[in-house]
Ligand binder design. Structure first.
Ligand code: NAP
Length: 306
């Protein structure tokens, strides 16, 4: 028997929120979907796209009567958003989030917790560099991992319900501690973004003539970096401000490794360089074998072609 809700609410109808709403709709998981967005543009777009049945400016209005609430706003606003609507929820509602950082959100939500609702922290590890409701699509989550980080006290029935929704979205769901999640994400996602933001910024600071050539001939590595560095500034600001310790730890390890390569280049130590690159090529093959190599953007292209 699969989960089904009379009303689901999505607070923050951007890329992820609108994709969640599309899944709820396509899989028939909720009879009614309400949404909250501060901007009139996002409310109108979500309504025009039919991803929500009703769109409200205030989260408290969107969550009234809901059986499950997905909080899909930037990391730095998730706890405050939950704190702002808890007095408006129906008793027994499940509240879950999609934030890319977990420990800090859980710490910030803790003061608002009560017997009135269950909070299931989650993170669907799928996304693109685009933002907004018009860029969401239900297939975004297919074949990707979703990590849930419940605490010992978290209601297991609520965890099971959230797990089932993500499984219906096509995700593989795993549970782990928030601390472990944050360490893994720091290396797997946050650090690569920081490197992309750095390198594209460095190119932008070059003297005009060289800068123009770098942009003109942008291909391969640099082009991929510009795609990543084009990600939403607010979302990424919040990630770095809320996963500080794990990112700084990863950055420390990264600089040590960078120094090793820097030294090998200066000393013309081809053996060290070749061995290093052979090891990373093996890692690339492992990623392909684990079927984690297809960017979400390509899924959208394939969907639109087919
Ligand atoms: P998005 O497209 O920019 O959507 C975020 C939405 O939240 C916006 O539509 C915005 O709508 C609303 N919002 C922005 N600032 C807010 C604030 N201070 N308070 C309340 N609402 C606010 O971003 P997204 O990519 O969907 O990301 C949403 C969440 O998903 C983030 O927590 C992010 O860490 C997580 N996530 C993202 C990805 C990814 O790759 N994009 C992947 C996994 C998880 P209004 O301005 O109209 O309110």
């Amino acid at each position: 028997m699969s989960v089904h809700f009379y009303q689901a609410a999505v607070v923050g109808i951007g890329l992820i929120g609108s994709s969640v709403a599309r899944v709820l709709r396509q899989k028939g998981l909720a009879d009614r979907i309400t949404g909250a967005a501060r901007s009139q543009r996002n409310r109108e777009t979500a309504l025009a796209l039919g991803v929500v049945d009703e769109a409200f400016e205030t989260p408290a209005d969107a969550v009234a009567g809901a059986d499950i609430v997905f909080v899909c706003t930037p990391v730095g606003s998730i706890a405050e958003t939950i704190g702002g609507f808890v007095s408006a929820v129906k008793k027994g509602v499940i509240v879950t989030d999609v934030g890319s950082v977990k420990a800090e959100i859980i710490n910030q939500v803790r003061p608002f917790l009560s017997d009135n609702f269950s909070f299931v922290p989650g993170h669907p590890v799928a996304g693109t560099e685009k933002s907004g409701p018009e860029n969401g699509f239900a297939e975004l989550f297919e074949g990707r991992w979703c990590i849930l980080t419940p605490e010992d006290k978290t209601d297991r029935q609520a965890v099971a319900a959230v797990r089932e929704i993500w499984e219906q979205a096509g995700m593989k769901v795993e549970e782990m501690s928030a601390a472990r999640h944050d360490k893994v994400m720091a290396l797997m996602s946050h650090l690569p973004h920081l490197i992309a933001y750095t390198i594209v910024g460095t190119a932008a600071d070059l003297e005009t003539e060289i800068r123009e050539d770098v942009l003109k001939y942008a291909a391969g590595g640099f082009r991929d970096f510009t795609r990543i560095a084009g990600s939403d500034p607010v979302m990424w600001r919040d990630i770095f401000l809320n996963n500080t310790a794990a990112v700084l730890d990863g950055l420390q390890r990264f600089s040590e490794d960078l120094t090793v390569l820097q030294k090998a280049i200066r000393q013309k130590d081809g053996e060290t360089l070749k061995n290093w690159f052979a090891r990373t090529r093996k890692i690339r093959r492992e990623v392909i074998d684990m079927r984690q190599d297809q960017p979400e953007n390509e899924k959208l292209l394939l969907k639109n072609k087919g």
